[in-house]
Write a protein that binds this ligand. Structure first.
Ligand code: FAD
Ligand code: NAI
Length: 472
């Protein structure tokens, strides 16, 4: 093939959806290109999302433990202090290594990496405004849109990324704010709120709903989670509506009102984090010109094979339906290329885990109790507390529990919800269980090593079976 031949597939966006699709395309022998305007690959996740937030979560947790827990564990440290600059450098170096690694993978798999902003000139032809200046036009037999998402703005509250920040600014504050207000008690609010709380800020979360954790979290877990975070020092104003914000004398003043009583109040902080969700990002793509439809929430409309309303143009990841998660985007990246290369591909949306990387972590897969209730499904629950798990006790880290929800008649596992140490790692065996249609007995019959936290997953499955119910 000469370089003038059209590409088999061009992927717009180099995030977890786009770069995984690009690599898979190269491995499948397709002539492929990935267009990314950011200057580095990895998208939101590697540059300003999953990866930098987890670097700060891990190191702030160590700092907090060193200051508050090490003594009880028999470790005395003298002269401990925070070096925020170094903590940020450590984060930046993980990000830098990973984004360069992705660039290496594209090269290795013979994918052309085009640095610039893409815009449709036609369904098969794309204009690219190159980052280095100038413009180029490329032709493609197929296009995959993987342009991701952006922060949902709060009407009337302007983000300056210093005093009023999005998650991006919250990942790069130059000093620890004395007081921080987080608008939105979802995943970003709780993760970034935890980081700054551990580093010494007084953090208050203002949330419109009566519960925390965002969509999908089991309500029983969410209630337990809130209590644990409160013990750590986070404050919650639930059922509270933010009206507006004003910057004065180096502070931000927020006017809020109780959602039920309408009672108004003013609260102030040094830094306000706006974390009320994310929305699909399709700016500049010129979708109208090729007839790609979006829904009311800006999501690109696709069928079950990721086809948009324009023939030859597909869409995956945060820009379309489903949970805005990196691993969901990656699974779709693989499936969309398998469809192109071999005619079929599949993602099991019933078996996508969600993890909140606080301490303790919260992780789940499948249905929550409230979802099953709403759907009128008969279920049984098995629960096991980490307090009764020997490894959690040995580690002096025994808050939380594992909750296994099974179908009443068949004991098929419908959902597993974990709040506790390493929940994010522990959930993977439950994802496998759901993927393979396992029953609680299947899980409880599998040998788990002792002493491990994973025994709590087994015990919770056992507690959901009739065997356990008949034990007493
Ligand atoms: P993105 O990663 O957003 O990538 C899209 C890319 O497309 C961007 O780099 C953008 O520059 C580029 N682009 C857009 N338009 C154009 C154009 N016209 N031309 C060229 N390039 C373009 N998810 C998890 O699963 N786990 C986590 O722990 C987690 N933590 C997060 C923490 C934070 C603070 C945030 C904000 C998000 C987090 N997420 C997490 C969500 C995760 O980042 C997203 O779900 C994921 O990045 C979506 O991947 P994507 O490929 O669809 O889009
Ligand atoms: P979110 O949807 O998780 O939470 C937003 C919260 O803000 C909700 O609880 C909502 O009720 C509340 N809210 C909305 N409008 C409000 C208002 N006007 N006033 C007060 N509260 C309001 O969104 P978040 O935290 O911004 O994160 C965006 C997405 O990024 C997540 O949904 C998730 O998909 C992804 N993400 C995933 C992570 C992970 O997997 N660990 C970590 C961080 C982000």
């Amino acid at each position: 093939a000469s370089s003038a031949d059209p590409y088999d597939v061009v992927i717009i966006g180099g995030g977890p959806g786009g770069y995984v699709a690009a690599i898979k395309a190269g491995q499948s022998g397709l002539k492929a290109a990935c267009i990314e305007k950011r200057g580095t690959l990895g998208g939101t996740c590697l540059n300003v999302g999953c990866i930098p937030s987890k670097a700060l979560l891990h190191n702030s947790e160590l700092y907090h433990a060193a200051g508050h827990e090490f003594k009880n564990r028999g470790i005395d440290i003298k002269d401990m202090s925070l070096n925020l600059g170094q903590m940020m450098k450590a984060k930046d170096s993980s990000v830098g290594a990973l984004t360069k690694g992705v660039e290496g993978l594209l090269k290795k798999n013979k994918v052309d990496y085009i640095k610039g902003a893409a815009s449709f000139a036609g369904p098969t032809s794309i204009n690219v405004q190159l980052n280095d200046g100038g413009e180029t036009q490329i032709e493609a037999k197929n296009v995959v849109i993987a342009t991701g998402s952006e922060v949902t703005p709060f009407p009337g509250i302007e983000i300056d990324e210093e005093q009023i920040v999005s998650s991006t600014g919250a990942l790069a504050l130059k000093k620890v704010p004395e007081k921080m207000i987080v608008i939105g008690g979802g995943v970003i609010g709780l993760e970034m709120g935890s980081v700054w709380n551990r580093l010494g800020s007084q953090v208050s979360v203002v949330e419109f709903l009566p519960t925390i954790g965002g969509a999908g979290m089991d309500h029983e877990v969410a209630a337990n989670f809130k209590k644990i975070l409160e013990k750590q020092g986070l404050k919650f104003n639930l059922g509270t509506k933010v009206i507006d914000a004003e910057k004065k004398d180096g502070k931000v003043f927020l006017n809020v009102e109780d959602a039920k009583s309408g009672k108004k109040q003013q609260i102030d902080a040094d830094v306000v984090l706006v974390a009320i969700g994310r929305r699909p990002y399709t700016k500049g793509l010129n979708l109208e010109a090729i007839g790609v439809e979006t829904d009311k929430r800006g999501r690109i409309v696709v069928d079950d094979a990721y086809n948009t309303t324009c023939k030859g143009v597909k869409c995956i990841g945060d820009a379309t339906f489903g949970p805005m998660l990196a691993h969901k985007a990656e699974e779709e990246g693989i499936a969309v290329i398998e469809m192109l290369a071999r005619g079929h591909g599949h993602v099991n949306y019933e078996a996508i885990p969600a993890v909140v990387y606080t301490h303790p972590e919260v992780a789940w897969v499948g249905k929550s109790e409230q979802e099953l209730k709403d759907a009128g499904v008969s279920y049984k629950i098995g629960k096991f507390p980490f307090l009764a798990n020997s490894r959690a006790k040995t580690n002096q880290d025994s808050e939380g529990f594992v909750k296994t929800i099974v179908e009443k008649e068949t004991e098929k596992i419908l959902g597993v919800h974990i709040i506790g140490p390493n929940a994010g790692e522990l959930i993977s065996s439950s994802v496998l269980a759901i993927e393979y249609g396992a029953s609680a007995e299947d899980t409880s019959a599998v040998c788990h090593a002792h002493p491990t936290l994973s025994e709590a997953v087994k015990e919770s499955a056992l507690a959901a079976t009739d065997k356990a119910h008949h034990k007493a």
